[in-house]
Ligand binder design. Sequence first.
Ligand SMILES: [Zn+2]
Length: 460
Amino acid sequence: MGFVFVVHKGRVEAWHQNRTAFGTFSFEDFYRWHLQIMNELFAASKFPSAPDGIKAKVRLDRIVYVDDDVQEAVRKLTGPDGIRYDQGMWVWFDDQDRKGRWEPPTKEWRNRTEWSLPHELGHQLGLTDWYALDYEGDEDHLMPDNGDRIAHFMTHPITMMHWHGPHLFSEADAGYLNMTWDKPRGYYGDHYFAIPRECFLRIVDVNGSGVPKAKVEIFQRGVQVDENGKPGEDLGVRYFPVIEDGNFDRPVSKRPVIVGFTDEEGIIRLPNRPVKEVRTVNGFHRRPNPFGNTDVVGGRGLMLVKVTKYDRPCYFWLEIYQFVVAWFRGKRDRFTITLKTPYRSQDSPLPPRNVRVIAIGENHAKVMWDPPPIRHERQYLERAIGFRVYRRISSDGLNDRPWFPIATVGPEVREVTVDLRQFPGDIYWYSKVNRFAVSSIGELGVESELVEVISPFKIR
Ligand SMILES: [Zn+2]
């Protein structure tokens, strides 16, 4: 896939004054080297659905050296029919061009890699910004225990189209480029239409068993529910029409777009909401799907799932990225996402009581609890053979930053000291709030529900 670079001669000459990280005194070499880096990252972006990496290769087709007005030169690259036939371009234009005076790049600049360039050229190939799926939350959806906004950070942020840096392109990007490298360019984000035909959520409890008859409400970013619209129903699950005014920039909807209940196995089928159909030459087709009329920037590609059972709401995020990757992995007909709640099973032992946490110095905390009451001395299902202590950092969704176990102890133990400095090196972006929880463990390792407590003291 070829690119055109457009640059003023004055800038090129200024670059000729110094040796760059590439090793020559050349603007052209430095920026062609960035395409080599892009090709190396393409080849290294190997995934279950792209075992050979990204097949596409990029090359520098043409450099347009401009004598005077850069913007005028760019305009001339559009044909009389309004189409740009080069299908991928990068333009150097800033204040130096306006003033007609060009400085050599700084020592720092010319001696490093310009990681923004492979990212930006990714857009020229139709790839989207995955950081559009980050979300700091809003006032309509708050954590029940501390009032934090329920936030979300894109599921695989250390990727080229989320963050600039020496990162691989994501699996969805690999799938998109492997499907489109031999097609005409000019589309953007049409892989957001690649959603399996039938999508299911499987809500499970702390032991991995389905949660029957849980209420599932799904809210969507970028939409507002049309209160005058007529709700629809798809296999027993209701959905609500949204206002289609072209504004995808809204926070997560106050009202749900989807409401239903899980079946006996804890499964709910997401309704395929009606859409305005779109087909692209790349082979993508927007048809009825759980996200409805998805936009190609990502606004509507994020939905908040509120699961309620035992008067205890749990929050999860559905990200369009997961659906698109499933589609590229061949799950075109049927795709299920499992969401793990901290709820009990029918066979669970009784939960611990009075869970609390205190600070021990700067770097430690003590989590304490009382054992469950003895209700029926000989009832084997109620008996605890041990306890498990958990920790969770941030107020992101439960599937983003889940509970992680930090200790398993015997039935006589009533406290565990936690080294607060030891935790997964995950990305804690919007909030670093700490929660702890304790469960009882019964026979066969069956656990009780998690009894939660929020850290009353600040943890760095
Ligand atoms: Zn970008």
